[in-house]
Design a protein around this ligand. Structure first.
Ligand SMILES: [Zn+2]
Length: 195
């Protein structure tokens, strides 16, 4: 009897150790690229994410929530381009599982992908370009509305012949002519072709 109790206790401990995981859902704002993650601890029936009940079960298969979801929002550096009444449009980007006290990644589900236009890419990745674009806005050489329309443009959906894409390309070219930056130029070219 004692042996049985001990065996059950060991099984219980093993299931808790191997079956608990952190579940994290990532979202991004379709417009300003702010990011939001929602994370909770769960206990499931797939030890370390290993699908013992078959390979194509969802990651949350036979699992229960252990803690309340915690939400964390990382604002976008582009927030100031947007009017104050901007409301985020959250799009599911991916969900991931982390086993062993949140240390071991064990599978993810991907959501909708979203391409950036050249203006958004440069604005988010290069602080000098950000300052450059903001100076154009301050001096009325670029309206805020135009900046936002270039920023939210999705070439994956609407193509690269759109004026919002071409204008963004031209702006980055003009910027690079006066602000050479090898590292940025290379990463830009690999996403957008010759600048
Ligand atoms: Zn937003």
């Amino acid at each position: 009897m004692k042996k049985l109790a001990l065996a059950l206790l060991l099984i219980l401990i093993a299931s808790l150790v191997l079956g608990h995981y952190r579940w994290q859902e990532d979202y991004r704002c379709e417009l300003c690229f702010a990011q939001k993650s929602v994370s909770e601890w769960r206990l499931g029936a797939q030890p370390l994410g290993y699908p013992i009940f078959g390979g194509d079960k969802p990651l949350t298969f036979r699992s229960i929530r252990l803690t309340k979801p915690v939400e964390h929002v990382s604002p976008s550096v582009a927030t100031r381009l947007f009017p104050v009444e901007h409301r985020h449009e959250w799009i599911f980007a991916q969900a991931s599982t982390y086993y062993l006290f949140g240390e071991k990644p064990a599978g993810r589900v991907l959501g909708t992908s979203r391409q950036m236009g050249p203006f958004a890419y440069a604005f988010l990745n290069n602080p000098e370009f950000r300052a450059y674009a903001e100076e154009l806005i301050r001096s009325n050489r670029l309206s805020q509305t135009q900046a936002v329309s270039m920023f939210v443009f999705d070439p994956g959906r609407e193509g690269r012949l759109d004026p919002r894409y071409m204008r963004g390309m031209q702006m980055v070219r003009d910027f690079l002519a006066t602000h050479p930056n090898r590292t940025f130029e290379e990463s830009f070219k690999s996403g957008f072709g010759g600048a």
